[in-house]
Design a protein. Structure first.
Length: 179
């Protein structure tokens, strides 16, 4: 194999590849869970959640491909088996569990927030420890996408009434009708 000369040592490249493979594994588990919930959701929120999760799994699919291609660009090989994903992912499956629609949303919020925390750490490691600002920038973009998806999901389950000033009313206060 021809040596890769992109300004990173072998140790730096391998360190970043390991981070990216963990992010790939988490993205794949999140994709599977999002698709499963897309298929299984029932109730009055069916249509809105079904559509939202379709948007999310399409974005996750693109991100998975981008992660794998980033790994290849650095001279590594992406993990590409379910066994491999499960071994290195920080997310967990909930096999055999079909929660309520709100439970599904809550599970996905938790998973996206875990991915965001991981990505934030991986951005720092990529730049500070491994001196790969390209990967740090790439991961920052992924983190921003997960922040938006988590926000959309949190907004679905928070549903707090707001006062006319746009703030939540004090504990026990009632929001006027028509606000």
């Amino acid at each position: 194999m021809r040596a890769i000369n992109i300004g990173l040592t072998e140790e730096q490249r391998q360190g970043v590849i390991n981070l990216l493979n963990q992010d790939l594994a988490d993205a794949y588990l999140l994709l599977v869970k999002t698709k499963k919930y897309h298929w299984d959701v029932v109730g009055p929120q069916f249509r809105s959640l079904h559509q939202l999760w379709e948007e999310h799994y399409q974005t996750l699919t693109l991100n998975i491909d981008a992660l794998a291609e980033r790994i290849r660009a650095l001279g590594g090989y992406p993990v590409g088996t379910l066994e491999g994903f499960l071994k290195i992912a920080t997310l967990k499956e909930h096999a055999g569990n079909v929660p309520t629609a709100t439970g599904m949303v809550s599970n996905l919020v938790n998973d996206h927030e875990q991915v965001i925390r991981n990505l934030r750490d991986h951005v720092d490691q990529s730049g500070d420890q491994f001196h790969d600002q390209g990967t740090a920038d790439f991961l920052t973009g992924l983190m921003e996408q997960h922040e938006e998806m988590a926000w959309m999901l949190r907004s679905f389950i928070e549903g707090e009434a707001l006062g006319p000033d746009g703030r939540q009313p004090a504990e026990g206060a009632k929001t006027p009708v028509g606000v």
